[in-house]
Ligand binder design. Structure first.
Ligand code: UDP
Length: 153
């Protein structure tokens, strides 16, 4: 839409979540999706793919790249009120050893190098990352029937 890929048609917030290869191999895709669904967020796009491109420039980059390319991952776009911030809170600390119980990483992983998910860390990053992983026409515009019950009037 005219508001750009990080904003929904009503100006609502979008974020990018990756279910990383370790979690796909460990059959955790459904668990991760269920957490976002139950929180009330709306799925806007999703695909399974094998990743072949460079992600970022960090000191641990070679190992991170090998990990991210080690098998298929699931890329998803979720929409909802404050979804970027809330999703980061649901994901938990980068280092799984510090991630609190109840968070995705705190419940499902032990080590920073195999930490199950990625989630955009700001609205600006979400905008860029959604554009990296998805074509504009892959984002589906739909109204969920629970909208009034989830957000109030
Ligand atoms: N990572 C790693 N070793 C480190 C720090 C990070 O393997 O010492 C990996 C980890 O999988 C992390 C990713 O690099 O999720 C990206 O790091 P970032 O600092 O962006 O953390 P995030 O936003 O994922 O919490």
């Amino acid at each position: 839409g005219p508001a750009g890929p990080a904003m929904g048609s009503l100006g609502r917030c979008l974020t990018l979540v990756l279910v990383k290869p370790d979690a796909v191999q460990r059959r955790l895709v459904g668990d991760v999706i269920q957490r976002f669904e139950r929180r009330g967020f709306k799925l806007v796009a999703m695909k399974l793919l094998q990743h072949y491109q460079q992600l970022c420039q960090k000191p641990f980059y070679p190992a991170l790249l090998a990990y991210m390319m080690s098998g298929p991952l699931v890329a998803m776009v979720w929409e909802g009120y404050n979804v970027v911030r809330s999703t980061r809170a649901m994901v938990g600390d980068t280092n799984s050893a510090d991630a609190k119980p109840g968070t995705i990483r705190g419940d499902l992983s032990m080590h920073v190098s195999r930490n199950v998910v990625h989630a955009s860390d700001s609205v600006e990053t979400a905008h860029k990352e959604i554009g990296f992983w998805f074509q504009r026409d892959e984002l589906v515009a739909w109204e969920s029937s629970d909208r009034d019950f989830t957000y109030g009037p």
